[in-house]
Design a protein around this ligand. Sequence first.
Ligand SMILES: Nc1nc2c(ncn2[C@@H]2O[C@H](COP(=O)(O)OP(=O)(O)OP(=O)(O)O)[C@@H](O)[C@H]2O)c(=O)[nH]1
Ligand SMILES: [Mg+2]
Length: 285
Amino acid sequence: MPTVDRVLPDETEAVINIPDLPDIADAVDNGDSEPEPRISIIVPALNEAQNLPHVFARLPQVDEIVLVDGGSTDDTVAVARRLRPDIRVVRQNRKGKGNALACGFAEATGDIIVMIDADGSTDPMEIPRFVEALRAGADFAKGSRFRPSGGSADITRLRRAGNKCLSVLVNVMFGTRYSDLCYGYNAFWSHCLDVFDLDHTSPAPNNTDGRLWGDGFEIETLLNLRAARAELKITEVASFEHNRIHGVSNLNALTDGMRVLRTIAREWRPRRARTAARVAERAAR
Ligand SMILES: Nc1nc2c(ncn2[C@@H]2O[C@H](COP(=O)(O)OP(=O)(O)OP(=O)(O)O)[C@@H](O)[C@H]2O)c(=O)[nH]1
Ligand SMILES: [Mg+2]
């Protein structure tokens, strides 16, 4: 097992001192009168010790960082604590990125919650854009690689095609105008947690892969669909996705794509039931 010192690159000290990182309050122009919202960053991480120094070096000043560890076998937690002594480390109770986010959201104390990846794909320097969208009136600021000035160095042709098809499907079924359904960079006001209604307490089922529904990479779709169903004000924010810096992806385009598809089907049912109830109510009048 490598020690913390060995896995940290040379820029570590600069990261710990954080001398001149942009302050979100400076980066976001919102007038003088509004109180500053407290910002929590949620970082799901599974064996990302080598990537965390790069990610944290680009974090603007925020009020709280919550790292959700998925049982990493490298020095992820030690590196995170070394880089940011103020970090809150949470251990997820089941498996999967979705469960990690649910556990992190439950611990967050900020008014605004931002979810970023720990592998260097999502650039923390973009956080002020998301905060700006929220402070301009959105409930949910949804990252998109396919808005003008967005992009990706990471997405494969298969994933791009799958994401496109799934986005079109959702737009037709849910009346949304999403340009990027399956992207993990989003931010929202904490009141949205009621709408998302994620389960962060149930124990892991022992007859499957240890995941409940929503615990995997389908989490982003789930959030997008529940936000749409609740008619939250949603703004897409252009974002550039970088290559993972070190390590390998945990995502499987086919099996995780199927989970996304099943998520769409499952989330469609309550919508149908609600519409039917409304029709019945009208008929009874
Ligand atoms: N805590 C926790 N974090 C996870 C888990 N699975 C993935 N993550 C983290 O979630 C983020 C995104 O996971 P990735 O494996 O990079 O998936 P991806 O970004 O869709 O795939 P690539 O684009 O190929 O990197 C990373 O920060 C991972 O460390 C998990 O089961 N638990
Ligand atoms: Mg990634």
